[in-house]
Design a protein around this ligand. Structure first.
Ligand code: ATP
Ligand code: MG
Length: 405
């Protein structure tokens, strides 16, 4: 069965892009769409007055495979609000009727098989070309008559509020567009319209969600993960690599820096008070991450921290950890409940991997009762006991595994 769809209408939120940066935003979005749909040959993507159209260069209808790719990929393109596959035709009532006639079975037939009684449906027409000889209401009536003619009035019910299926038609000066569904896309801004960010990525639920939220505001993300080999198993890193693969479906080519924190953790274990270990580890993680970000032209760090979630995330400890670096640190989950993060991680596809239980670098030599509050001068005193920790950090950085895609 062919869908007869020759176009996909893509909508984006114009409010975010009023003013001079609109063209930059649109170009970036189109570029990302091209990347996401790279498997489809002869793609033509055009920008027309605040909307983007996808067609094939030869004007053919999309195949089922191509539509499947579009429906799988476009919900991963940030910056887009929604999209509708459909039929683009001349702004002429006969053409519109014939577009409906050849495509309506795709939607109505399966719905009728499922429907117990008459199938509830609605027609929504919008005419922005006031010269078109029929008003929106009249177009709706004409199309409803056509549908009744095809399926029989007795098998149909008009329902404007909760229809099982809809026939939508837009008529503009240059074209008419018939479609049946509005598919959700993730919104936000296209990845690449803002500077790059380095995400501190653990294998947990939260930092992948932080990556999602950061990309959603237009920043490409790269990742740094800390393990503590040989105190953590190879699975710790393997899990993070698999998470990166899923996150990279929303952008192109984010790289993973893999860093062994064990040398400085051992020193902290041997020289500092046990109860401050986690805070001290995390200050070292941030210092390393800042250096890696600066070296690789990234402008900020991001973490999955949320106020109050664990001992190291009290306001007091967050501020002590924050104080270790000067770079901007984004914490997109800061006000979220764990449940909200879990819902998002399911939506983005990382939750199953995150739920696999493997040891995290932070839990190596973890204290029995970690401090829930800390003062910066006191923590600095603890760090003095480490001697020249900077040279250890440099050594750790020089041993970072080559970035992996
Ligand atoms: P997550 O679910 O992301 O692991 P969490 O709730 O378990 O977060 P923590 O373990 O305290 O909280 O970590 C807070 C944040 O610190 C993480 O979201 C992540 O950004 C960073 N982080 C923690 N452990 C690591 C690690 N091993 N490598 C890189 N970043 C880490
Ligand atoms: Mg964690």
């Amino acid at each position: 069965m062919s869908y007869c769809y020759n176009s996909v209408l893509c909508r984006y939120n114009e409010i975010a892009i009023k003013g001079g940066n609109r063209s930059m935003f649109e170009k970036c979005l189109v570029e990302n769409m091209r990347g996401a749909l790279a498997k489809i040959e002869n793609l033509k993507i055009s920008r027309v007055r605040g909307r983007i159209w996808i067609e094939l260069k030869n004007g053919n209808d999309f195949t089922q495979d191509e539509l499947d790719i579009i429906k799988k990929q476009l919900p991963k393109v940030f910056g887009m609000e929604s999209f509708s596959p459909g039929i683009l035709c001349k702004p002429d009532l006969e053409e519109i009727r014939s577009a409906v006639r050849k495509s309506v079975d795709n939607i109505f037939k399966p719905a009728m098989e499922k429907s117990k009684g008459p199938l509830s449906f609605r027609i929504r027409a919008r005419r922005s070309d006031k010269k078109f000889p029929f008003r929106s209401k009249e177009i709706e009536i004409k199309l409803a008559e056509l549908i009744a003619e095809i399926y029989g009035e007795e098998n149909l019910d008009v329902d404007l509020m909760n229809a099982a299926v809809s026939v939508c038609c837009e008529v503009r000066e240059e074209f008419a567009f018939v479609f049946y569904e509005v598919c959700a896309a993730p919104g936000g801004l296209p990845v690449g319209c803002n500077d790059s960010v380095l995400v501190l990525l653990s294998g947990g639920i939260d930092s992948p969600v932080a990556s999602y939220m950061t990309m959603k505001r237009g920043s490409p993300v790269n990742f740094i993960t800390f393990h503590s080999s040989p105190y953590t198993p190879p699975e710790t890193v393997d899990k993070v690599k698999r998470i990166v693969k899923v996150i990279n479906e929303y952008q192109r080519g984010g790289v993973l820096f893999i860093c062994n924190l064990a040398p400085i953790q051992k020193l902290i274990r041997d020289k500092c008070s046990e109860r401050y270990r986690t805070i001290l580890y995390r200050r070292m993680m941030f210092r390393i991450a800042e250096k890696v970000a600066l070296k690789n032209k990234m402008s900020a760090l991001a973490t999955g921290e949320a106020v109050g979630q664990v001992a190291s995330q009290t306001i007091s400890n967050l501020s002590t950890i924050n104080n270790a670096v000067r770079m901007l640190i984004l914490r997109p989950l800061i006000g979220m409940d764990k449940h909200e993060a879990i819902v998002l991680s399911r939506k983005m596809g990382t939750s199953d991997i995150s739920n696999e239980q493997v040891p995290d670098s932070c839990t190596v030599f973890a204290p029995n009762s970690p401090a829930t509050a800390s003062k910066i001068p006191l923590i600095e005193k603890e760090e003095e006991r480490l001697g020249d920790y900077n040279s250890i950090l440099e050594e750790i950085i020089s041993n970072i595994d080559l970035p992996e895609k």
